[in-house]
Design a protein around this ligand. Structure first.
Ligand SMILES: [Zn+2]
Length: 421
């Protein structure tokens, strides 16, 4: 079967290459903002009753750009034309999302009218779909106009697939996140549909901060050392930020460092989690996870909660496509399902369980278990009830598994936590 797969590598650009990358990102932003200014001007003219065409689609935006670029950006030849195309494609997407959202055709949060992009704000990126995009062993990555770029990590995995003819690069996206450059290759990949080793087995997984994950089998997958180190540093820096005067120069500097560190934590965790999610999807027929508390992610809360949510989001993201690859399935618990507060032995539910309490003690049956392991067993029981197969752990029975569970869908930007009954 053919699937899409992204291969992402951190880059180590030389100063010359870094300037070229930054310049291409800037060129993309220029095209996006220029196109947006034109759309706004035309909309205004239209509102005044003038008979003008508003360029709304990518072909229309490209026609306008080609007509205006010589006057607007006489330096346009300095960049790959893909930089401008990428900006205009981004604008066309944003305009389409806005109208679809306004007409109620789009799930998820309401999309506002596109806004001008500011330098250094948000995620800056530029995409390449044609031209000299290559990965080889000499120097890892070749991009149109920019040339050879050193990568920070080996590209062997992708390289082997390209050589074997089981992958084809469709596009390359360069981005800067937290002060570091990345390239992500979207590839069409040929893969054999797989079968998990134990199709009948069920496992519940919970991702966290203290451990990378805890399984319902009782196994705790520890955080790798670099992640532990980065997390400690993050907590330190977070306390430092709280001491600084909000808005001051020091406060802004600390905040920038914190943003870089957050990006680093996410990056290390993503790498570490790949090993685990591959193992789970290859082994178990059914994998149960907790559903993401999406609304919670948007609010500014305690650091530990935010980190736990980010870990869970990454776990789910990877499992969503890997379970499809390996022929297993992902089941997620409704956020209202009390996986932490429910006793995996007798099913009694506690009223409260503070986040800091690491051990679960059941008042009804006396069960004493690690908090995360207990939650994992509940998830496994729930998943087993849905899957209709035997649970993985002896404790989990799934007998009072309520209909508070459903099949996972990969993307659900629209889901939001309502009030639990
Ligand atoms: Zn109990």
């Amino acid at each position: 079967m053919k699937t899409l797969q992204a291969f992402r590598f951190a880059l180590d650009p030389s100063p010359r290459v870094e300037r070229a990358l930054a310049s291409h990102v800037g060129a993309r932003r220029f095209a996006f903002n220029g196109g947006l200014a034109l759309v706004k001007a035309r909309l205004d003219a239209h509102a005044r009753g003038e008979a003008v065409a508003v360029p709304w689609t990518l072909p229309a935006l490209r026609r306008e750009w080609n007509r205006a670029k010589e006057a607007l950006a006489p330096w346009w030849r300095e960049h790959s034309k893909e930089a401008y195309a990428s900006g205009l494609a981004g604008l066309a997407d944003a305009l389409r999302n806005w109208s679809a959202s306004r007409q109620g055709h789009r799930a998820g949060r309401r999309m506002g009218f596109p806004r001008f992009r500011k330098k250094g704000r948000g995620r800056e990126s530029v995409g390449f779909t044609t031209g000299a995009i290559r990965v080889d062993d000499q120097s890892p990555v070749v991009l149109p106009r920019i040339g050879r770029v050193r990568t920070h990590e080996p590209t062997m995995k992708l390289l082997a697939r390209l050589r074997a003819g089981t992958a084809r690069i469709l596009r390359a996206t360069v981005s800067r996140e937290g002060g570091r450059w990345y390239v992500s290759f979207t590839c069409e990949v040929e893969r054999e549909p797989g079968t998990p080793r134990r199709p009948e087995a069920v496992v519940g997984v919970d991702a966290g901060v203290r451990h990378l994950a805890v399984l319902s089998t009782g196994e705790r997958v520890p955080n790798p050392r670099p992640l532990r180190k980065a997390l400690r540093k993050l907590a330190r820096l977070n306390r430092k930020l709280a001491r600084r005067q909000r808005g001051s120069r020091h406060w802004r500097a600390t905040r920038r460092r914190l943003a870089r560190l957050h990006a680093r934590v996410a990056h290390i965790r993503r790498d570490a989690m790949h090993q685990l999610t591959t193992r789970l999807a290859r082994t178990y027929g059914t994998v149960g996870v907790e559903q993401l508390r999406l609304a919670g992610l948007l609010r500014n809360r305690r650091l530990s909660r935010a980190l736990a949510d980010a870990a869970l989001a990454e776990l789910r993201r990877q499992l969503a496509y890997k379970t499809a690859w390996y022929g297993s399935r992902l089941i997620e618990a409704d956020p209202c399902y009390p996986s932490s507060k429910r006793c995996s032995g007798c099913g009694a539910v506690k009223d409260t369980l503070p986040l800091g309490e690491r051990t679960f003690r059941c008042d009804a049956c006396g069960l004493v278990l690690d908090r995360d392991a207990n939650a994992g067993r509940n998830l496994a029981a729930l998943a087993a009830a849905v899957a209709g197969s035997g649970p993985e752990t002896e404790n989990a029975r799934g007998r009072d598994a309520s209909p508070a569970v459903r099949r996972a869908i990969p993307e659900e930007a629209g889901s939001r936590r309502g009030a639990c009954p």
